[in-house]
Design a protein around this ligand. Structure first.
Ligand code: KIV
Length: 289
């Protein structure tokens, strides 16, 4: 019997569209390293996003803005090595795609060539729509991201729900439609009222993945560290915690510290032995020195 289960066949964009057609919700989660990817793989999710939320969840920055392409690529390669079935989405970090189509293409090609992503994600409408069109024209599948776009949160008035007035809602919906017209394969909609998600989804054919966008989406995405309770700071209103791994981890490390200090660890079962004859010979050799 093999120690590893047989690899799942890789999902395709066609599979995502088929799931949307039959109303089967799409499940996306972030991952930032190899163990996280293996967990997502085994849990059977459809898509894994190496989000630039890694800036806060694993690198200790206070926003996604400082994240570099090289930092993202290192994390994304680790996730790639752990995935078989789910589609892998790489998040292009702030400053790596906005200035021109050429910059966006050069960055996205690095994500495809060096980290093996299936799709790249870029934030906002506006000029990002042109970047999306250029990437799609070059054969790189794109995920759009509208609503709360953390890379430009300052311009949006902070990390707060978007589209809460009728006019603001229309702006979010128009961004989504423009990104779809540019050819994106998928849309992430973050932190908008459920009414906005419903109105947007009624006008959009590509799958819509919500985060803090209510249940009227084609799927959901959550940040790995949020849903598993690994973060120290309070999570956003829309996060549901499915585990409390941070408390378990602190308890585990504290128990280890206690046992090292008391001498209870390592016990004989954690210790390598030497054949008695070799131990006796070692004693002789040491005595003779
Ligand atoms: O960076 C990220 O994790 C994201 C998700 C929250 C959608 O963009």
């Amino acid at each position: 019997m093999s120690a590893h289960p047989a690899p799942r066949p890789r999902m395709t964009l066609g599979d995502l569209a088929a799931k949307k057609r039959v109303g089967e919700p799409l499940v996306m989660v972030t991952a930032y390293d190899h163990p996280g990817a293996r967990i997502a793989e085994e849990a059977g999710v459809d898509l894994v996003l190496v989000g630039d939320s890694a800036a806060m969840t694993v690198l200790g920055y206070d926003s996604t803005v400082p994240m570099t392409v090289d930092e993202m690529l290192m994390l994304t390669r680790a996730v790639r090595r752990g995935l078989d079935g789910p589609l892998l989405v790489g998040d292009l970090p702030f400053g790596s795609y906005e200035a021109s189509d050429a910059l966006a293409l050069a960055t996205a090609q690095r994500f495809v060539k060096e980290a093996g992503v299936d799709l790249v994600k870029i934030e906002r409408g506006g000029t990002t729509v042109d970047r999306a069109r250029a990437l799609v024209a070059a054969g790189i599948p794109v995920v759009g991201h509208v609503g709360l776009t953390p890379q430009t949160a300052t311009a949006l008035g902070g990390y707060r729900a978007q589209g809460r007035s009728a006019e603001a809602a229309i702006a979010v919906i128009d961004d989504a439609i423009a990104l779809q017209d540019a050819g994106v394969s998928l849309l992430v909609v973050e932190a908008v009222p459920a009414e906005v998600t419903a109105a947007l989804r009624a006008r959009i054919d590509v799958p819509v993945i919500g985060i803090g966008a209510g249940s009227d989406a084609d799927g959901q995405v959550l940040v790995f560290h949020d849903l598993l309770g690994l973060t120290e700071t309070p999570a956003a209103r829309f996060v549901k915690r499915y585990a409390d791994l941070r408390a378990a981890a602190v308890a585990g490390v504290a128990a280890y510290a206690d046992e090292v200090r008391s001498g209870a660890y390592p016990a004989p079962e954690h210790t390598y032995g030497m054949p008695a004859a070799e131990a006796a010979r070692l004693a002789e050799l040491l005595a003779a020195r």
